[in-house]
Design a protein around this ligand. Structure first.
Ligand code: 5GP
Ligand code: ZN
Length: 121
């Protein structure tokens, strides 16, 4: 018998948002990916670019995900243009607890609308 509480998808907040069980402000939806506003924005524009398929992190991606990863990055660049932040934006994937990843469903942070510091903390 499958233990539901062991199922990463059923307890994943982003799968809940993608499945419309949890609310979010969507700015993009396509067959492979969605983008929605971060609930706790770190910049005037802070959007999460997320594959529909549950993939825990970038480290879990394989060769077969190459097209999906390209799609996510091109989508982020298109959204940056649409949102008017393409003169200076940052695209970030926190990978693993040591890098601050808190939601174990691959996502890119698209941040803009203010000057960005380098290096990030
Ligand atoms: P991470 O820390 O894993 O790189 O990023 C997770 C991001 O998801 C955080 O910026 C956090 O604010 C955002 N987040 C967590 N839970 C929710 C939620 O329920 N809705 C939305 N829209 N964003 C969320
Ligand atoms: Zn998920």
């Amino acid at each position: 018998m499958v233990e539901l509480k062991e199922d990463p998808v059923s307890k994943c907040v982003f799968c809940g948002i993608i499945g419309k069980k949890l609310k979010a402000t969507f700015i993009h939806e396509d067959p492979r990916a969605v983008a929605f506003k971060d609930v706790n924005p770190k910049a005037p524009t802070h959007v999460l670019v997320v594959p529909r398929r549950h993939l825990a992190s970038l480290s879990q991606a394989t060769e077969s995900d190459e097209g999906l990863l390209g799609h996510l990055q091109l989508l982020a660049a298109n959204l940056a243009r649409q949102l008017g932040i393409d003169s200076g934006f940052r695209l970030v994937a926190n990978n693993g607890r040591g890098a601050g990843q808190t939601v174990d469903h691959l996502h890119y942070h698209l941040l803009g609308g203010r000057p960005m510091q380098w290096p990030p903390g």
